[in-house]
Design a protein around this ligand. Structure first.
Ligand code: NAD
Length: 497
């Protein structure tokens, strides 16, 4: 796993169309999780730099042409961004793998999706339209959509480029300007995306990228008076802090937060399909997914045969060099995350659960360096255990039994989260009856795939609010202006004086 020549030594901030050092000239290292070795130095922004980025975004919004251009011109540029991303596909995938430790195959799927997001919103630009409403004679009314303004977009480390695309593409489509703050662990592809936007013709100041501590500059962005909207993806507790911070100036907010998603396998499910889908549902992206189906409920009549197949297949998953095409399970983002994962596994054991496979760092020379954790299957557990209630964000699944459909629904909903849920059954009416009762923003029936461009993605309960990835997300980047005009021959005299 050599350091690739496509990685720059240093990534400066991107403000007002230019690469600049932070005003303090401080930097911090970003790492390759698969080796644990430094990959590049990243500019560490301070509040002064954030002020500059917000000022650039504000100027571009109010004095620039981005929001004033016809939607078709913005659409052209969004398509150009997608085109350049496609040309630089291999580079984007490799950078994403090197900086996040995810497998190449996972990165390829996510970069593809990021490209399609730009294409989706290119098409959607021209759908941003108003309405006229019936009003009394002599009046004429219309609504129009206007950009919500300067958007602070704060994203996590688990899908660095895809999360950037989910946020940047609709904001650009709606005519907004952006200050993007990627996670400190995975900042590289956000800078490449800014570069691509610039090359595609996005005017200076429309997209700015700042990197640095979430607790410092992230928090500062969320309370900044020059910011109109905060779009955040990350942990539920961070989301709560952001909601408090943003409330002082009543910013618009969208929160995509954590999950503890259930996966329900009924007795009439196609067993092989349910095993394969459930495996992907938890171990995709090394389990570091907000929508990871980390609580697996299996009907008691098929429990033993399900577990036998599930464990057999878990043991066959290929861990290793994330850049190798055959690798299915990549590295864990950091040593701290490995410790967190292991502490949840240990807590489950202490509460009486049994680990059927995994539960440790893999052995062998490939795993001497970097951060690794084996795909882990836990049984003899119950839904109230700490590891069944809190988000682990790693390759760990808790498998539990149920008897009745109603019990399965109740167990599935017994969580503070409500992001995703999967249902495996061949009974059409059960599938939809259960779906109706699940408190989750995204429900999958007989498939593990939860996110496709065009389909709304977001949570119920403490998994956040607002939907991304769909045409209706444009509403979250727009204000509706209601315009009532009097068109009669003589203006009315309401006071009659
Ligand atoms: P995190 O909340 O620690 O950090 C996310 C981002 O917020 C980072 O850029 C970080 O620097 C910044 N940040 C941290 N503290 C901040 C503060 N006080 N104010 C403003 N910004 C701050 O999350 P993470 O560990 O990077 O990501 C993992 C989490 O993201 C998981 O909980 C996962 O479920 C969630 N996630 C949710 C979705 C979804 O669509 N619902 C998608 C991906 C990830």
């Amino acid at each position: 796993m050599l350091k690739s020549s496509i990685v720059k030594e240093m990534y400066p901030l991107f403000i007002n169309g230019e690469y600049v050092q932070s005003s303090s000239e401080e930097t911090f290292p970003t790492y390759n999780p698969a080796t644990g070795k430094p990959l590049a130095q990243i500019a560490k922004a301070n509040r002064e730099d954030v002020d500059q980025a917000v000022k650039a975004a504000r100027l571009a919004l109010e004095k620039g042409k981005w929001a004033k251009w016809p939607a078709s011109r913005r659409a052209q540029i969004l398509n150009r961004i997608a085109g350049i991303m496609r040309e630089r596909f291999e580079e984007l995938c490799e950078l994403e793998v090197l900086n996040s430790g995810k497998s190449l195959s996972a990165a390829q799927g996510q970069v593809h999706q990021a490209i399609e997001d730009f294409e989706l919103y290119a098409g959607a630009c021209t759908t941003l339209s108003g309405q006229t409403k019936p009003v009394p004679n002599g009046f004429f009314h219309y609504t129009k959509k206007e950009p919500v303004g300067v958007c602070a977009q704060i994203i996590p480390w688990n899908y660095p480029l895809m999360m950037a695309a989910w946020k940047v593409a609709p904001a650009l489509a709606a005519g907004c300007t952006i200050v993007l703050k990627p996670a400190s662990l995975t900042p590289i592809t956000a800078y490449v995306l800014a570069d691509i936007c610039h090359e595609a013709g996005v005017p200076s100041g429309v997209i700015n990228v700042v990197t640095g501590s979430g607790a410092d500059i992230g928090a500062y962005l969320t309370e900044h008076p020059g910011v109109d909207k905060v779009a955040f993806t990350g942990e539920t507790n961070t989301g709560k802090d952001i909601m408090k911070n943003a409330s002082a100036t009543l910013k618009r907010i969208t929160l995509e937060l954590g999950g503890k998603s259930p996966n329900l396998v009924f007795a009439d499910a196609d067993l092989e399909g349910a095993v394969d889908g459930s495996l992907f549902g938890i171990f995709y992206n090394t389990g570091q997914s907000c929508e990871a189906r980390s609580r697996l409920f299996v009907h008691e009549s098929i429990y033993d045969s399900f577990i036998e197949r599930f464990v057999e297949k878990t043991k066959k998953l290929r861990l290793g060099n994330p850049l190798q095409k055959t690798t299915q399970i990549g590295a864990i983002i950091s040593a701290a995350q490995c410790d967190t994962i292991d502490s949840y596994v240990q807590s489950a054991i202490a509460e009486g659960a049994r680990v059927l496979c995994g539960g440790k760092r893999p052995e062998g020379t490939d795993f001497q360096e970097g951060h690794w954790y084996e795909p882990t299957v836990i049984v003899d557990c119950h839904n109230q255990m700490k590891a069944a209630q809190e988000e682990i964000f790693g390759p760990v699944v808790m498998i539990m039994k149920f008897k009745e459909e109603q019990e399965a629904i109740q167990l599935a909903n017994e969580t503070e989260f409500g992001l995703a849920a999967a249902v495996w059954t061949q009974d059409f009416s059960r599938a939809h009856r259960v779906t109706e009762k699940l408190k989750a923003g995204v429900v999958m029936i007989n498939t593990p795939f939860s996110a496709m461009p065009g389909l709304p993605f977001g949570g119920y309960k403490q998994s956040g609010f607002g939907r991304e990835l769909a045409i209706e997300s444009l509403d979250l980047y727009s204000e509706t202006k209601s315009v009532l005009s009097f068109i009669g021959p003589k203006p009315l005299n309401p006071f009659g004086v």
